[in-house]
Each structure stands twice: as C-alpha cells, then as structure tokens.
Design a protein around this ligand. Structure first.
Ligand code: 3PG
Length: 211
C-alpha cells in the first residue's frame, strides 16, 4: 500500500489533445525536438524506451526544456520503471500490462498510463482502481467503433488511443466521450527528425494542437 496519494495521470493527459510518441535515435536531437513540439503547443511528450539514448534524452529534456512534461513510453518491465524514474520521467506509459507490471504499477509513485486492447484487459485495470488507459494499438484493435462500444458497459473509463492515429482520423477519436487525448508519432516523423527540420515539426505540432 502506498504512503501518499498517487500523482494524477488525468491532469497530465488534460494538458494536451495530442501526445507525440517519440523514438529518439540521437541524444543531440532530444532538446531541439522537444522545444519544437512545445513551441507548436504540445507540451506533453512520450519518449519511448526503444533506443540506447532514450533515458539520457528524457534527462536532457527535463533539464533543458522546462516547459515540457516528459514521460517514458514502452515500459515493459519493472526495471524499465526504475530506469525511467531515474531519468526524471514525469509519467510512464506501457503498451499493455502483465501480472508483474500490474503489481509494480500499484506501488509506482509516478503517474502511469497502462495500455489495453480489450474489455477484459480494461476490467483487469479497473479492478485495481485504474480508470485512465492507453488504447493500443488503436486502429488495429478496432479503432473508434471499438472505443465507442467499450464505453457502453464501461462508461467511467477514459482513454488515450495510440497506434495508427493520423491527422485524418484523430478528430474522430477526440469526438468520443471516453477519449481525453490521442497519441502518435506523426508530429515527429523520423525523416524530419533526421533532417533536423525543427520548424516543420513545430508546424505539425501546431496542427495537432489545434485538433
Ligand atoms: C507506438 O507505440 O509506437 C505508438 O503507438 C505510436 O504509433 P504510431 O506510430 O502508429 O503513431
């Protein structure tokens, strides 16, 4: 049992209608990328733990871009939680949650957004008092109609769908009562990051922030 109330993932998700999901390949890109996204109006950033520089990138953004709320994505194991917290992550995101991760989430002091793709997975989280979830992989797992259907029997749940979200379908998700925000990689495409086209990324962020 935790000693004090868990910080609130809902208040972080409420800060932005769209959360960039970032795969940072080079540490030198972390700060300018985060600055561009923040300038475009997207302050909540998920840095996936999929590259060797992910943790250092989170630390660099925390230090160098105070307007950013930087979290860690692709949390798969208990040791990922430790590493992400050590780097200064303000929130944590997982694509799903097995038994060991569920236990760790219950003890975790950092706001956590675990992923689900089915009603049963959502109910497993709900049994543990978790009402805010990532819906992943959103398009492949049934998209807007799946989330609308889940909202029937489970109206109290709130989602951040991620996986296959684009400027073309984001508004359909955001129109759902049970969707607080969407996540995706489209605001920071690898091609633009590699070319260090920060102004173009800021422009994509502006469009996403206006959704
Ligand atoms: C991911 O975990 O990779 C995110 O869901 C991003 O998915 P996307 O690249 O389809 O936006």
């Amino acid at each position: 049992m935790s000693a004090s109330p868990r910080p609130d993932i809902a208040s972080i998700l409420a800060r932005s209608r769209a959360i960039p999901v970032l795969v940072i390949e080079h540490l030198e890109d972390a700060v300018p990328l985060a600055k561009a996204l923040c300038q475009g109006g997207l302050p909540v950033l998920e840095v996936t733990l999929r590259t060797d520089v992910a943790e250092d990138s989170i630390a660099a953004i925390s230090e160098g871009v105070p307007e950013a709320i930087v979290g860690a994505g692709t949390i798969l194991t208990v040791s990922d939680i430790t590493a992400a917290e050590r780097a200064g992550s303000r929130f944590l995101v997982s694509p799903g949650a097995g038994p060991a991760l569920l236990e760790a989430i219950a003890e975790c002091r950092t706001p956590f957004l675990p992923g689900i793709a089915t009603p049963s997975e959502a109910m497993t989280l709900l049994e543990r008092g978790i009402e805010h979830m990532k819906f992943f992989p959103a398009e492949a797992a049934g998209g807007v109609s799946m989330l609308r259907s889940i909202g029937g029997p489970l109206p109290g749940l709130r989602f951040c769908p991620t996986g296959g979200i684009t400027p073309a379908n984001a508004s359909d998700y955001l129109a759902l009562e049970n969707v607080l925000c969407v996540g995706g990689s489209w605001m920071a495409p690898a091609k633009l990051v590699r070319a260090k086209r920060w102004n173009d990324i800021a422009a994509l962020a502006r469009e996403a922030a206006a959704l």
